[in-house]
Design a protein around this ligand. Structure first.
Ligand code: SF4
Length: 320
């Protein structure tokens, strides 16, 4: 709903929010991957380099997918074809998009597999997905995604299915890839730790809308939306004094997207809400927060919330 993403070459934009906030649907719709039926795009435009992706036919969109914009999915097992070797899958993509011969495609496939840290890449090209571990499959997915040198990589929860050590390795691979290819990355995650480590800018989503957008530091030290503050305060901290503090979860559940509350969609859960007016009657637009004009939050009281959240987060940090 009225989501607008803009990012420059080499920039990492983190998109965060609870399950059901619309993160993945937003990403899938960019590449026309929302299953239809039941999904349907009823209006709007998706501009990529001045062309509206919604107006492209299947062939033209296929040329953008993979070659200009590539996607890394959450679960590599559902995206890698189990009956083809890893090499065949990367080679096919390279031949389709770059028109290179088989030999050159295989050379490039080994190169990208090695770039993502797969040892003996040339031999491992002949392995099937089931012969790779979970972390290696995710690396293979990243290799496939970067093989055609895309300008934009959309990584949809790329580390959710992995344990923490493999997660750290995969994130390191993504950072390295980004440094080498200068691709822009949209990183979708519900893990604020991942965002803190990788993103330049962050967009927070709630009920299918962007409710806050800013440089990463503002989000972590003085968010202007109570939902973002709630996400931060509900995170356990390893360095926090043991035994004293309770976690502070956000009360209630995210709304159903077919029955979004009137006014500000967060008002039934918001501790800052002024009811009924304006919070239950007027939907707030993304306002600039006074402390930084590039920091925007969809809250009627964004300035006050930013001030109070900065104090609260500082106090919490001081209890360490
Ligand atoms: Fe809370 Fe009101 Fe701000 Fe919505 S507009 S986030 S209900 S204070």
């Amino acid at each position: 709903r009225e989501v607008s993403l803009d990012l420059d070459r080499g920039e990492v934009l983190g998109i965060v929010g609870e399950s059901g906030s619309g993160k993945s649907v937003t990403a899938l719709s960019i590449l026309g991957l929302v299953p239809n039926p039941p999904g349907r795009i009823t209006g709007g435009e998706i501009l990529w380099r001045d062309q509206d992706l919604l107006k492209l036919d299947d062939d033209a969109l296929r040329k953008v997918r993979g070659a200009e914009i590539a996607m890394i999915f959450q679960d590599p097992m559902t995206s890698l074809n189990p009956v083809y070797t890893i090499g065949q899958q990367i080679v096919e993509m390279l031949r389709l998009h770059q028109g290179v011969n088989k030999k050159e495609a295989r050379r490039r496939a080994a190169e990208v597999l090695s770039l993502v840290g797969i040892p003996r890449a040339e031999q491992r090209l002949d392995d099937y997905p089931h012969q790779f571990s979970g972390g290696m499959r995710q690396r293979a997915m990243i290799a496939m995604a970067i093989s055609c040198d895309p300008d934009l990589l959309i990584a949809d929860e790329p580390t959710t299915a992995l344990d923490v050590t493999v997660q750290a390795q995969v994130l390191e691979v993504l950072q390295q890839v980004q440094a080498e290819t200068k691709a822009a990355i949209v990183l979708i995650t519900h893990d604020l730790g991942v965002v803190a480590g990788m993103a330049d800018d962050v967009m927070v989503m709630y009920a299918g809308r962007a409710v806050e957008r800013s440089a990463v530091d503002n989000i972590f030290y003085g968010p202007g939306h109570p939902y973002t503050l709630g996400l931060l305060e509900s995170l356990p901290r390893l360095d926090e004094r043991a035994g004293g503090l309770r976690l502070n979860p956000i009360k209630g559940q995210p709304p159903s997207l077919v029955n979004v509350p009137p006014g500000c969609p967060f008002h039934p859960r918001c501790e800052f809400a002024q009811l009924p007016s304006p919070c239950a009657t007027e939907r707030p637009e993304l306002f600039s927060v006074l402390t930084s004009p590039a920091h925007r939050a969809a809250c009627h009281f964004a300035d006050e919330v930013a001030e109070r959240s900065a104090e609260r987060l500082k106090r919490r940090a001081e209890t360490v």
